[in-house]
Ligand binder design. Structure first.
Ligand SMILES: Cc1cc2nc3c(=O)[nH]c(=O)nc-3n(C[C@H](O)[C@H](O)[C@H](O)COP(=O)(O)OP(=O)(O)OC[C@H]3O[C@@H](n4cnc5c(N)ncnc54)[C@H](O)[C@@H]3O)c2cc1C
Length: 368
């Protein structure tokens, strides 16, 4: 045996599983195709959306939170217990948040002026803002630096990471790579959406497709100094906990009348601050087996205008734009499959891999 556990993929899912394995005293080796993580794990908001998960994922999310905080301290991550705000700009939106607060712990309702104070420092009065909610339990991590820091921490614990080494096939604990075979007691395949290329039959059976999202980095608006994520009505329809509320149908109906283009682009209009105060802004969702690489300026402009309106500013200065891609399945949040007694696939198929990663790592390792 070359090692106890070999992990394919050094995104947040592979890394969180490696951390859980190292904490159990296992010898771990990671195989990563790129020279550093450049996939979904560095392209996202870094919002650990713990409060608004659907009922069936709440426990996993809470476990993830605990282990995120532990690795944040150990690996000196830019992770903050900053929480998240949800903006209500209409009675149905506020009604949904009130329903959610009545059934989920950790939801604090806010008045319009309290929300305006957070979003603008009291400098402006964003149109339509009538209230909102605060989720103090949500975490904010910096996606641009987190994976690299965790990888460095793992290496300091003796984990070998084979960068620029692609896995060509895996089975019975043997990983075949572009630099030879690696034999382990167990192999974990954590390649995100690339499951469709490495294990097409597994992806096809699960109906897995690629979800492409448009994102931007902008200068933070004046007066906004919080490190909390900021979510909107479209987020209420996206995150299972909120989407299950009775008022969700009315929120959707009103959005269809007022902003049909947001529903057409399957928007989740939200943002999260980086440690330097810039904002990660997004996003739209498009589903396909392969995606055109071209960003649609109309979609970008609409998302940016919507976020500018949340902060009550005429426009936001854009520094960067990019496309992110994650795995998506029509009927499940997680694709966890035991290919044989010594090989397991783990992929998050609902766009909440940052949120669930460390809970999943603990769950998988406990089951090996
Ligand atoms: C724009 C965007 C915003 C998002 N926002 C959030 C958010 O705020 N909160 C949240 O919880 N989630 C969010 N997500 C989802 C989250 O980013 C993903 O669920 C998570 O990053 C998936 O992690 P991963 O490690 O599975 O995938 P990746 O980060 O894509 O890592 C997979 C790794 O496997 C490697 N790999 C692939 N094939 C091979 C091979 N054959 N051999 C070797 N290596 C291979 C790749 O190079 C890659 O490094 C967002 C996603 C996107 C795209």
């Amino acid at each position: 045996m070359d090692t106890d556990l070999v992990i394919v993929g050094a995104g947040i899912i592979g890394l969180s599983h490696a951390v859980a394995a190292v904490r159990r005293g296992l010898r771990v080796r990671i195989v990563e195709r790129d020279s550093r993580a450049v996939g979904a794990s560095v392209r996202n908001f870094g919002h650990c959306c713990l409060t608004a998960q659907p009922d069936e994922l709440v426990e996993l999310a809470q476990s993830s939170r605990e282990h995120w905080l532990k690795i944040a301290a150990d690996a000196d991550l830019a992770a903050q217990e900053a929480g998240a705000y949800v903006v209500a700009r209409g009675g149905a939106e506020l009604g949904l948040l009130e329903e959610f607060a009545a059934q989920r712990s950790g939801v604090e309702l806010k008045t319009g002026s309290e929300m305006a104070a957070v979003l603008t420092g009291g400098e402006r009065d964003p149109a339509g803002l009538i209230g909102g909610a605060y989720f103090p339990g949500d975490l904010r991590v910096d996606p641009r630096t987190t994976a690299a820091r965790i990888a460095a921490w793992l290496q300091a614990q003796g984990v070998r990471i084979d960068w620029r080494t692609a896995c060509l096939g895996v089975g019975d604990g043997v990983v075949h790579t572009t630099r030879g075979h690696i034999r382990a007691e167990h192999a974990l395949v954590c390649v995100g959406h690339d499951v469709d290329q490495l294990l097409p039959e597994v992806a096809d059976a699960a109906g897995l497709v690629r979800c492409a999202l448009q994102m931007a980095l902008v200068d933070g608006p004046a007066g906004f100094t919080s490190h909390a994520a900021v979510l909107t009505a479209t987020s209420m329809l996206r995150y299972g906990g909120m989407a299950a509320m009775p008022s969700a149908a009315e929120v959707r109906c009103l959005l269809r009348e007022s902003s049909p283009e947001l529903l057409e682009m399957v928007a989740n209009v939200m943002c999260a601050a980086r440690p330097d105060g810039t904002l990660l802004v997004g996003d739209s969702h498009a589903y396909d087996l392969s995606h055109e690489p071209f960003l649609d300026e109309q979609i970008s402009a609409r998302l940016l205008a919507e976020i500018a309106a949340v902060f009550g500013v005429p426009e936001l200065r854009v520094r960067q734009r990019w496309q992110g891609v994650y795995a998506s399945c029509p009927d499940r949040d997680l694709l966890i499959e035991q290919l044989d007694p010594r090989t397991t696939v783990v992929s998050v198929t609902s766009g909440v891999g940052m949120t669930l990663s460390f809970g999943l790592g603990e769950q998988t390792l406990a089951g090996l």
